[in-house]
Ligand binder design. Structure first.
Ligand code: NAD
Ligand code: AKB
Length: 312
């Protein structure tokens, strides 16, 4: 049985990914790890270790000494937070990746998952049904770090046969943990206001369409990609993953089907420019063709699950 570590396990994706991996591989075989001192309560059914991904030696020692075979590297600054601290965002998002890629190059690891994002695209990209291979000129530090990361993943695969796999996640919607500072966070925040009976002020304009996905779909995609036979993985940069696409106005209308008195208003801030540079929708036929990807949750299904489960 391969031992697995999820680095950045306390965040929006990690919380649900660790739980899903533990169901498959057994609690003891999936180590949760984060910068935070204490284990997040949802993850205390298995091992937890406090690690700073920027402490290269500590990460290397832990992985080698504990015979870890697979790493899911989630620690990063997301788009909105990264714009406030570009130097640190670049350092965190890149140095951690090299630490893990090098461990695999030295044959200490069998497999790596490292997430990319729709942020790799930019204003010169065709924004509707964005293809797998297209113009990529990202304008945010986050997008630049993800695009550079993709190039390095492909390089390590080509030069050193490192089995690294990646997905360009769209905005992820979840109720088990909160999002960590992205441009798509409004699509989670809106449910807390709707359930509290409060007016929601969107930091994106009413007609800003972005690709989105329910967390359960994203976790399933991650596990399906990691379980796919090596020869099926044709993209060693990162796979487009489409999910669905909606605007703040459309998600508000979907919520109003359940809560007719719900109200939204719009006060765009610096995140509007980031959203405007990203695709409206994504073509994920490469993921469908190569490893059989298909999403399950449409907008109404997401709204129903979120309204049923968000706790205020
Ligand atoms: P998040 O901000 O919710 O979680 C990141 C976690 O990393 C946090 O728990 C944080 O404490 C931890 N962390 C930060 N610095 C660390 C360090 N130095 N060492 C160890 N841990 C550290 O982020 P998320 O939404 O779970 O995203 C995880 C990954 O997925 C990121 O690479 C992100 O770019 C990518 N992604 C996320 C989304 C999304 O919508 N959530 C979309 C596209 C890509
Ligand atoms: C963000 O908004 O920064 C993330 C992402 C799409 O990468 N949710």
């Amino acid at each position: 049985m391969s031992r697995i570590i999820v680095i950045g396990a306390g965040g929006q994706i990690g919380t649900e990914l660790v739980t899903a991996l533990r169901k498959i591989h057994g609690n003891e075989n999936v180590v949760a790890s984060d910068l935070r001192e204490g284990c997040p309560p949802l993850l205390n059914d298995g091992p937890y270790v406090q690690l700073d991904i920027l402490n290269r030696e500590a990460v290397r020692n832990y992985i080698i000494e504990n015979k870890i075979a697979q790493v899911y590297l989630l620690a990063a600054l997301l788009s909105a937070t990264a714009e406030k601290n570009p130097d640190f965002a670049w350092r965190l998002n890149m140095e951690g990746l090299f630490t893990i890629l090098d461990l695999a190059k030295e044959k200490h690891l069998e497999k790596i998952f490292w997430p990319s994002s729709i942020a790799v695209f930019g204003p010169t990209t065709p924004l509707d049904n964005t293809p797998q291979h297209t113009i990529m000129e990202p304008t945010t530090v986050y997008g630049i770090s993800k695009q550079a990361g993709e190039r390095w993943c492909e390089y390590y695969y080509n030069k050193f046969n490192v089995d690294v796999r990646s997905i360009r996640y769209p905005g992820l919607i979840s109720y088990k943990s909160l999002p960590g500072g992205g441009t798509t966070d409004y699509a989670v925040d809106i449910f807390y206001k709707a359930k509290a009976g409060e007016v929601f002020t969107s930091f994106l304009s009413e007609d800003t369409a972005l690709p989105m996905m329910f967390m359960e779909d994203a976790i399933r995609a991650t596990i399906e990609l990691m379980n796919a036979p090596t020869e099926k993985i044709k993209e060693r940069s990162a796979y487009n993953l489409g999910g669905i696409s909606f605007t703040p106005e459309q998600i508000a209308e979907a919520i109003q089907k359940r809560i007719p008195e719900f109200k939204i208003n719009y006060l765009p801030d610096f995140r509007q420019a980031i959203a405007d540079s990203w695709p409206n929708s994504i073509d994920d036929t490469a993921a469908q063709r190569d490893w059989g990807w298909k999403h399950n949750f449409d907008l109404d299904a997401i709204v129903n699950v979120m309204l049923d489960n968000v706790k205020i």
